[in-house]
Design a binder for this molecule. Structure first.
Ligand code: PAF
Length: 275
């Protein structure tokens, strides 16, 4: 596995074949292994799988968990090695951002609701860093997980609107045995919070299986299930159109139920398609 830490190295890195990139913030876990597996599948027969690990300060809101975000650098490196990654890009903050930076990439429609509303500036940070990684590594394709469903849609919109010549590959959410969506933030949860966090997927499934049609009924049902967990503090539970991320009144063929819920200081997100 080749490890690159600077933009210059990444630029001179020559490759003859297709490159598929898995952008990450590290603290790699089994959902990342799945993204890497899909990247490999997409890079066959002789393409290259690249992983970037960069905890992007721009996408953390003030008072967010940037400082405490896990950074197990050695473990991440070994993880990539064992997963058969060809190229690991590990820039530091100074490498990625000039102190007097003044250009950002901002999506101005899909990012107005849900995560964008709860975490102002988050998607501007995501779009800016993903655009930079795309320019630095120039992959042919990039892989993103559906747990961050709104992020995935916004990256697709950015690729379309800015004409990046990069295929975006979506990968279904990977879950723990009790249904909790895999996330680097799960490691913040204490034992009791971790146990109760399984309620999130149960709530989404209950809402999906109840056959209710009105948004009010679907959301109430999901909220009631979540509230059975005493440590859960709901940020939002919303039924939206999966293309526009605007609220809708009835379940339709393109609806997605999205939620963000705190357990202690840890904010978890998840979603399920309905209709
Ligand atoms: O989903 C993530 O891990 C991050 O938002 C991403 C896409 C790597 C950008 O920092």
């Amino acid at each position: 596995m080749k490890i690159l830490t600077t933009v210059v190295e990444a630029r001179v890195h020559r490759r003859a074949h297709r490159q598929v990139l898995v952008p990450t913030m590290g603290a790699l876990h089994k959902a990342h292994a799945e993204l890497i597996r899909v990247a490999r599948q997409n890079a066959v027969p002789n393409g290259e799988v690249a992983v970037s690990v960069f905890v992007n300060p721009l996408q953390f809101e003030p008072g967010g968990d940037y400082q405490r975000y896990p950074r197990p650098e050695k473990a991440d490196e070994e993880f990539c090695q064992n997963a058969g990654v060809d190229l690991l890009f590990l820039p530091n903050v100074a490498e990625m951002y000039a102190e007097d930076r003044s250009v950002f990439v901002e999506e101005s429609s899909l990012s107005k609701t849900l995560e964008g509303k709860s975490r102002p500036g988050h998607f501007r940070g995501v779009c800016t860093v993903v655009a930079k990684l795309f320019n630095i590594l120039a992959p042919d394709a990039a892989v993103f997980g559906e747990k961050d469903f709104q992020q995935l849609a916004i990256v697709c919109r950015m690729v379309r609107d800015l004409n990046f010549k990069i295929d975006i590959i979506a990968v279904p959410t990977m879950r723990e045995e009790d249904g909790l969506a895999c996330s680097s933030r799960n490691r913040y949860l204490n034992d009791e919070e971790r146990k109760q966090a399984a309620i999130l997927h149960k709530a989404l499934q209950a809402a999906a299986n109840a056959g209710k049609k009105s948004t009010a009924d679907v959301v109430t049902l999901a909220r009631n299930v979540i509230n059975e967990a005493p440590l859960a503090r709901i940020d939002y539970v919303e039924l939206v159109d999966a293309k526009t991320f605007q609220p809708i009144e009835m379940v339709g063929p393109n609806s997605v139920l999205m939620l963000a819920v705190f357990f202690g200081k840890t904010r978890l997100i998840d979603n399920i398609r309905l209709g």
